[in-house]
Design a protein around this ligand. Structure first.
Ligand code: AMP
Length: 563
């Protein structure tokens, strides 16, 4: 391949979406979604893709790669298209991703009237047949189901202008290599081919050599650490499903009790939504995004500096150049789209020798992006457990205790002596103190923790292990689950029926042994048993620890899994 790696340079003035040559319908859609600027992968990929070049891109979920290929693909569709056979085919590893990618196409292409269809195994084929028959522009498919349709003659690829192989390393890992080869054989030679992969093992390189012509090559993460650029900040991440993110943010902030925090979001829309949610939870949150006038922004910053706001919810663009002395915490509500952006964001705390904290809320799928950031910054991001309701209660009691201690040391308490003396005629002094503490606790921390609900914990999963559900492959065979070298599975004889959740198992293991949460691999919970993947070296310790304890109040059989 005669291609040169392109590294986006964050220090250069970043072009706006309008500089990338996108048509007004697409710009309108992006603006409606509240996207303020292209992500690095979009900046690099969109111009060459618009000009028809092939592209090999290294990018994980969370980098904005879907829009990077979807926008040019939509733009290149002719307005006056005749015929019903698809112009573009996007191959993805899982049905979740098929749905997600086609939703993205819908969002971006709604003003262009693009007809997009996800096809994947597990969905009735009849519905897909009818949709394909009605004419489609873009098909987003898992390889197995795509091949089924090709064999039936219901998916005709003769008109394809573009093929995208998304998450190509995942597809190869799942055993789709032959299916992909077979599909590509049915496509025109003159097509544009785009390949995105989070990692670039030799097999991906081989695939690119075989199917891409003189591709532009894009890496979004330098392999070399950015020496000395990242400040020393306590960095942690929580894995949490999208739906639970606002609650998780609230919980983490409740426990961390920051002096002042900035929460970064990807889009204006998200900034507005989250600001509202956090205000509803009793925070004094202010929104800051590029859609606001300078005057509005100055007012927000004034409130933050004066301490009348304690949470700033912002986009990267709006927060650029912003310097707030009292910031103690930076929160990434989403994983940033590039390691450079992460470094930029967390650089706002931990200045001048003060301790800073950086917190990232990541969806399980974005775990890889966290790894990339760790590699690039050369610093560890600890995956922590979302505080439980019990943790929150403990923390709140600690805060009350600290407040009382301060009062005992500093305040003039004499005016209240008469109350205590009078009450002590009738009640025990301890009882009087308890009632006073209760009132103080409730007064300083309004909002009862009775209403708090547990936030489901997502098991830490290393990229090559447990997959999201939604496997699909030809004939619906489920590939045997690849297991990381050096790990084994421990069988535990309690499961879903006993109310066991991943966090119970992680808690039992980390509580009973010296094993850390991040060493625990995938966790599977079946009705009557659970399987936990742990490093071989600690398996015996885990087994002994769990045998000596109870899970959900039960003693369970624990042994190495024999399957
Ligand atoms: P992806 O890496 O393609 O899975 O995208 C990750 C998330 O980023 C998706 O939720 C997109 O909607 C969002 N996104 C993509 N591009 C941008 C952008 N330029 N600005 C804000 N959000 C974006």
């Amino acid at each position: 391949m005669s291609s040169t790696p392109v590294l986006p340079d964050p220090s250069t003035e970043s072009p706006a979406f309008t500089d990338l040559g996108l048509r007004p319908e697409l710009l309108g859609a992006l603006s409606a979604l509240g996207y303020e600027e292209p992500t690095p992968i979009q900046r690099e990929a969109i111009p060459p893709l618009l000009s028809g070049r092939d592209l090999l891109g290294q990018a994980a979920t969370g980098t904005g790669k879907t829009a990077a290929f979807a926008l040019p693909l939509l733009q290149r569709m002719p307005d006056d298209r005749a015929g019903d056979d698809p112009l573009a085919l996007v191959l993805v590893p899982t049905r979740e991703l098929a749905v997600q990618v086609s939703e993205a196409f819908h969002r971006y292409g709604k003003d262009l009237g693009a007809r997009v269809l996800p096809i994947y195994g597990g969905q009735p084929i009849g519905r897909q047949l009818r949709a394909l028959d009605g004419g489609i522009d873009v098909v987003v498919a898992t390889p197995g189901r795509a091949l089924d349709h090709i064999a039936r003659g219901t998916l005709r690829l003769g008109n394809l202008a573009t093929v995208v192989l998304d998450e190509a390393d995942e597809m190869l890992d799942m055993g789709f290599a032959e299916d992909i080869e077979a599909i590509l054989e049915h496509t025109p030679e003159q097509r544009q081919t785009v390949l995105f992969s989070a990692t670039m093992p030799a097999r991906i390189d081989g695939m690119a050599r075989a199917h891409l012509t003189d591709p532009v090559r894009i890496l979004i993460a330098r392999e070399q650490p950015l020496a000395g650029e990242a400040p020393r900040v306590r960095q942690s991440a929580y894995l949490v499903a999208r739906a639970h993110k606002p609650a998780a943010l609230g919980r983490v902030l409740d426990v961390e009790s920051p002096t002042a925090a900035i929460v970064f979001c990807r889009s204006r829309e998200e900034v507005d939504r989250l600001t509202e949610t956090m205000n509803g939870r009793g925070y004094r949150a202010e929104a800051l995004h590029g859609g606001m006038s300078q005057e509005q922004r100055d007012r927000v910053m004034g409130r933050l500096r004066a301490g009348t706001a304690d949470l700033l919810v912002a986009t990267d663009v709006a927060a650029r150049g912003l310097d707030v002395e009292q910031l103690s915490h930076v929160v990434n509500f989403d994983v940033p789209s590039a390691p450079e952006s992460y470094v930029h964001r967390i650089g706002r705390v931990g200045r001048a020798g003060r301790e800073g904290v950086a917190i990232t809320l990541a969806e399980p799928r974005e775990h890889r992006m966290l790894k990339t950031i760790e590699r690039v910054t050369g610093q560890r991001i600890t995956i922590d457990k979302i505080p439980t309701v019990a943790d929150l209660r403990t923390r709140r009691l600690e805060l009350t205790q600290a407040a009382l201690r301060e009062s005992l040391l500093e305040d003039d308490l004499d005016p209240f002596r008469v109350i205590v003396e009078t009450l002590s005629d009738e009640f025990d002094l301890m009882e009087v103190a308890l009632a006073a503490v209760k009132l103080a606790h409730e007064a300083t921390l309004p909002g009862s923790d009775e209403a708090e609900e547990e936030i489901p914990q997502v098991a830490v999963r290393s990229p090559r292990e447990g997959r999201p559900s939604g496997y699909e492959s030809r004939g619906e065979r489920r590939p045997s689950r690849p297991r990381t070298a050096g790990t084994t599975q421990v069988f535990i004889g309690v499961g879903r029926r006993a109310g066991v959740r991943p966090q119970d198992l992680v808690g039992a293991i980390t509580g009973e042994t010296g094993v850390r949460g991040r060493d625990i691999g995938s966790i599977e919970i079946a009705d009557r048993f659970s399987l936990v993947e742990v490093p071989v070296a600690v398996a015996d310790e885990v087994i002994a620890g769990l045998r000596g304890s109870t899970i959900k109040g039960r003693k369970a059989t624990v042994r190495r899994d024999r399957s």
